[in-house]
Design a protein around this ligand. Structure first.
Ligand SMILES: Cc1cc2nc3c(=O)[nH]c(=O)nc-3n(C[C@H](O)[C@H](O)[C@H](O)COP(=O)(O)O)c2cc1C
Length: 197
C-alpha cells in the first residue's frame, strides 16, 4: 500500500492591507499555516510597501502583452505566471478591495491583452491554477464583499485562474479582532487546506 500522495505547489499571496499585524494578515496567515506546514513554496507580497504605479492606460501592453513600466510589478508578473495557487487578501475599503490590491490588479491589464487580444493564456500546468479570496470588513454588511468579489473574479479569470473560493469575515475592525471571531481562523485553515489540493 502506498500512503496518500501529495505534491507541493507554488503559492503566491497578496496582502492588500496597510496595517502590519492587521486582520487581513492574521486571516492570511491562518490560511497559509497548513500550506507552509506541508512544505509548499510560498511568497507573500505586502503590497503596501511595494512601489506599484497605477495603470497609465498608455496602451504600451496592447501589442506585446507586456507592461512597459518598470517598478515592483516586474517581480509580480513573473510570480503570477509561475504560481499554481494565488491568494488575494484584502480589507474592505469603501465597499471594495483596498487601493493597494486594486493598483496591482489594474496593472494586470497586460495579462488581459495577452489573453484576449493576443489569444495566449498562462498555461495551467499539471496541477491547474486555483485562487482564494480572503476579505475582512468592519461591518457585517455584505455589500463590500459583493463588489470585491466581482473585481477579484475579473482578476482571477484574466490571469487564467478558472476557479476560486471566497472567505469573508465581517464585523472585525480593530487590529486582532479576527482572532476573537468564532470561526475565522479555523475557516481560513480549512480554505488553505482546500487550496493546496
Ligand atoms: C479607508 C477605510 C474604508 C473602510 N471601508 C469599509 C467598508 O466599506 N466596509 C467595511 O465593512 N469596513 C470598512 N472599513 C473597515 C476595515 O475593513 C476593517 O477595519 C478591517 O478589519 C481592516 O483590516 P486590516 O486590519 O487588515 O487593515 C474601512 C476601513 C478604512 C480604513
Amino acid at each position: 500500500m502506498h500512503g496518500e500522495r501529495f505534491s507541493l505547489v507554488k503559492i503566491i499571496a497578496f496582502n492588500g492591507s496597510p496595517r502590519p499585524g492587521g486582520n487581513t494578515e492574521l486571516l492570511l496567515e491562518g490560511a497559509l499555516k497548513p500550506l507552509r506546514e506541508a512544505g509548499n513554496e510560498i511568497s507573500v507580497f505586502k503590497l503596501n510597501i511595494m512601489k506599484i504605479k497605477p495603470c497609465q492606460d498608455c496602451s504600451g501592453c496592447v501589442k506585446t502583452g507586456l507592461c512597459i513600466h518598470s517598478d515592483d510589478m516586474s517581480k509580480i508578473y513573473d510570480a503570477l505566471r509561475e504560481a499554481e495557487r494565488i491568494i488575494l487578501a484584502s480589507p474592505i475599503f469603501f465597499y471594495s478591495l483596498s487601493a493597494q490590491i486594486k493598483a496591482m490588479i489594474d496593472r494586470c491589464q497586460s495579462f488581459w491583452c495577452e489573453k484576449y487580444l493576443l489569444k495566449k493564456s498562462i498555461p495551467a500546468g499539471p496541477r491547474g491554477r486555483k485562487g482564494l479570496l480572503l476579505l475582512v470588513g468592519g461591518t457585517l454588511k455584505e455589500d463590500g464583499r459583493h463588489a470585491a468579489e466581482v473585481v477579484a473574479k475579473g482578476f482571477f479569470r484574466t490571469v487564467s485562474v478558472p476557479e476560486h473560493e471566497t472567505l469573508f469575515i465581517g464585523g472585525v475592525d480593530a487590529i486582532g479582532d479576527v482572532l476573537n471571531h468564532p470561526t475565522a481562523i479555523h475557516d481560513a485553515h480549512e480554505a488553505g487546506l482546500r487550496l493546496g489540493r
